[in-house]
Design a protein around this ligand. Sequence first.
Ligand code: HEM
Ligand SMILES: [Cu+2]
Length: 660
Amino acid sequence: MWEKVKSFASEFFVTGDPLIYGADVSIALTLIALVSVLTYFKKWKWLWKEWLTTVDHKKIGIMYILSAFLMLFRGGVDALLMRLQLAVPELDFLLPDHYNQIFTTHGVIMILFMAMPFMFGLFNVMVPLQIGARDVAYPFLNALSFWLFFFGAMLFNLSFVIGGSPDAGWLAYPPYSELMYNPGPGQDFYIWGIQISGIGSLMTGINFIATILKMRAPGMKLMKMPMFSWSVLSSCIAIIFSFPILTATLALLFLDRYGGAHFFTLDGGGNPMMYINLIWMWGHPEVYIIVLPAFGIFSEIVATFSKKKLFGYKSMVYAMMIISLLSFLVWAHHFFTMGTGANVNAFFALTTMLIAIPTGAKVFNWLFTMFRGKITFETPMLWTIGFIPCFVTGGLTGVLLSVAPADFQFHNSYFLVAHFHHVIIGGVVFGYFAGLYYWWPKMFGFKLNERIGKWAFWFWNIGFYLCFMPQYVLGLMGMTRRVFSYGWDKGWGDLNLVSTIGAFLMGIAFLFQVWQIAHGVKHRKDNLDKTGDPWKHGRTLEWSIASPAPHYNFAVLPQVTEQDEWWEEKLRKKQGQFVPAAPKKLEPIHMPRNSGIPIIISAFFFVAGFGFVFHWTWFIIAGLAGVAACMVAHSFNYDTDYYIPVDEIERTEAESRVTN
Ligand code: HEM
Ligand SMILES: [Cu+2]
C-alpha cells in the first residue's frame, strides 16, 4: 500500500529538481499567507461579494490585468533562467529536458496567459467608458470569460509542479507532441489549459464586437469612434475567425493522444503538416490580435500628448481592418522551408510583405501627429515614442524573414528569436504598458509616480536592445533557436553574455514597475485624480467622468456630435460657445446582478480538464456534471438584474470628485 502511494506521488508530483522543490515551497507559503491574511482581516466575504462574483467590466478588467502581471513574472523568470543557462558556453545549470520545458511554458504563458489577459483587461476597463456605455453587451458572459481564462491558466501552470510541464514548443508540433514521443501528462495540460481559456477568449471577442456595434452612445457614428475602440473591433473580428481553428486543432490533437486517432501521425494515414497548417492559421492572426489594440493605444496617446487631432484617422481605421484581414493570408510564411514549392512560397511571401504597407502608413500617421505638436513626455508618451524604433526594427527584420529564399538561412535561427521578441515586446508589451500608465488614474483614481516610471522605462529599453540586438548577429553566425547549450569553439559566448545582461536589466525594470505600483498605492492620498482628466488634455469620453468611474459609468448617457467629443466640448467651453444642453432628468439605471456561477462553472471545467489530463474518469464525470448543473441553475435564475434608484445616483454623483 505504502509503496503504491509512494510510486503514485513520485509520478504525480514533479520530483528531483531543487528549482521545483523551491517552487513547491514558495507556492505553499504564498497560499498559506494569502489565506491567513484574508482570514485575519475578515476579508473573505468582501472578496466574494466585491470581486469573485462581480460582473462589473471595470473590476473584471482589473482582475485580468493583475493576473497578467503575475504571469509576466512567471514567464519572465522562465526567460531569465534560459538566458542564464545560455550566458556562457557549456553551462549545465539547466539540463536539456528542463530547458525544453522552460521555453515551452515561457512562450505559452507570455502569449496566451500574459498578453491576452493584459489585452482583455484593457478592453474591459476602457471600451465601455470610451464609447459612452454603461457596461459590455453581455456582463455575465464577460465574467465567465474571465474565470475560464483564469482556471485555464491555473491548469497550465499546475503542470510545473504536478505531472510535469509540456516540452514540445509553444505550438506543440506533432509528432513530438503525440503520445508516442510524449507520454507524460505535460502535453495534456497544454491542450486543456489552452482549450479552457481559449473558449473564454472567443466569448470575449463576441462580447466586444456586440458591445461596440450595439452600445455606442447616441450620435457616435462608427467613424467618430475613438481609435482604441476601433482597434478592439479589428482585433475581435480576428479572434472570432481564428480561435475556433485553435479549438478544433487542439481537439484533434487530444483525440490523437487520448483516443488513438491518427490525424497527425503518418502511421495511421494522418499528416503532421496538417497540424502545422492549422495551428498557424490561428497562430499568425493571434500575433495581430495582440498587436492591433496596442496600435489603438498608441493612437490615443499620441494625440493626447501632442494636443492635436490624430493625423489620418480614416486611414488608421482602414489600415487596421486591412491588417486584420491580411493576417489570415500569410500563415505559411512560418514554414517556407518545408517543401511546399516555389509558387506557394511566392504567394505567402507577397501577402506577408503587403502587411508592411498599412503598418508603415500607421507609423507615418503617428509621426505626423507629433509633428508640430506641443508634446509633453509623461510616461505613456515615453512608451509610445520608445515603441516606434523597436517596432520599426522588428518590422523590417520581419520583411527580411518574409523573403522566402532568404528564410532558408534565417529559419529557426536566433535571428527569428530576435525578430519576434522585437515586435512582441516593442509592439505589444510596450503598448500595453503605455495603456496601463495612461489609464491607471482612470482605473484607480490616483496617479503613479512619474520618476520611478521613467526609471522603469529606461531599464526596459536599454535592457531590450542589449538583449535582442546581439541575437540577430548570433542567428547569422549559425546559432539556432531552442538550443540549451553551445561549445566554446563556436565563438558565440560574448554576444550571449551581453544578451543575458540585457535580459536581467529588463528584470530590474520589472521590479521598478512593482515598486512604482506599491509606492503609488501607499501615497495615493497625495496623488488623487480629482478632475477625472488627469493628463489635462484627454480627448475621449472616458475622461469626462470621475476617476474611478462610478459603477454605472455615466449618470446620463452622453450625446456625441464630434470625433473627439470631450476635447471639443472643452474647446467650446474655453471659447465661450458652450451651450449646456438642458440638464437631462436622471432616471433609474438598469444594472446586472453579481453571480457566483461563472467562477463555479469554470472551477468545474478545471476539474474536468484535470481528469482528462490524468485519465481519471471520475474527475471527468464530476467536472462535466458540475458544468451541466451550473448551466441548469443559471437558466432558472430570473433574478439577474436590478435598478439603481435616482436618489442613489444623485448621492454618488455628488460624492464623486469631478470638479470641472
Ligand atoms: C522580457 C524579456 C524576454 C526574454 C529575455 C525572453 C527570452 C526568451 C528566450 C531565451 C527564449 C528561448 C529561445 C530559444 O532557446 O529558442 C524565448 C522564446 C520565446 N519567447 Fe521570450 N523572452 C522575453 C519576453 C517574451 C514576451 C513578452 C513574449 C510574448 C508575449 C515572449 C514570447 C516567446 C515565445 C513565443 C518564444 C518561443 C518559445 C518556443 O520556442 O516554443 N517572450 N524567449
Ligand atoms: Cu506569421
